[in-house]
Design a protein around this ligand. Structure first.
Ligand SMILES: Nc1nc(O)c(N)c(N[C@@H]2O[C@H](COP(=O)(O)O)[C@@H](O)[C@H]2O)n1
Length: 155
């Protein structure tokens, strides 16, 4: 059946689902750049700013959603090179999280060659948007990290 075939080739999630270990909102802490980060989202949002004090405020946010809110502040200037580097920071944090949590790495590896799609309806960059025509940058990033983990296992 076509429906079943599709199920086997597509792995879906939303970036802001704290219950999914692969989401950036998952509370799986890791150490990076000399600090402990409670989630990928905390790290990603903090890296938007040069202001060390504000970064620290974001790092200490109680929930990934609070970190995301602080990251959207218009009262603090974002780094000028942010858009150019945002995917790199999301990738770096996700990779380190996977290397720090065997269950997260395993979950990603268990997705095999499935296409990974972030189904966030209101995000046409990280997600797929309402019409599924979004860039799915989060899903693509996860597939890239999966590839890297797989290569490391082959060594
Ligand atoms: N087009 C585009 N390029 C990037 O590199 C981005 N990071 C985004 N982000 C979009 O804007 C929303 C808030 O920005 P952050 O991702 O938190 O920097 C985000 O939800 C994306 O829709 N867009």
């Amino acid at each position: 059946m076509l429906f079943n075939e599709k199920e086997k080739t597509l792995f879906t999630l939303t970036r802001d689902d704290p219950s999914n270990p692969l989401a950036s909102y998952a509370k799986s802490g890791f150490e990076l750049d000399g600090y402990e980060w409670p989630s990928v989202e905390h790290y990603y949002q903090a890296m938007k700013f040069d202001d060390a004090e504000y970064r620290e405020q974001i790092r200490l946010a109680a929930h990934p959603a609070d970190a995301a809110k602080l990251g959207k502040s218009r009262r603090h200037q974002k780094r000028k090179d942010w858009k150019k580097n945002s995917v790199t920071y999301m990738t770096r944090a996700t990779y380190i999280k996977a290397r720090s949590h065997a269950d997260v790495a395993q979950m990603l590896l268990n997705s095999g060659d499935m296409e990974i799609k972030d189904l966030s309806q209101y995000d046409y960059f990280w997600g797929s948007g309402r019409d599924l025509r979004g860039e799915n940058a989060f899903g693509k990033m996860l597939m890239g990290v999966r590839q890297k983990l797989r290569k490391e296992l082959e060594k």
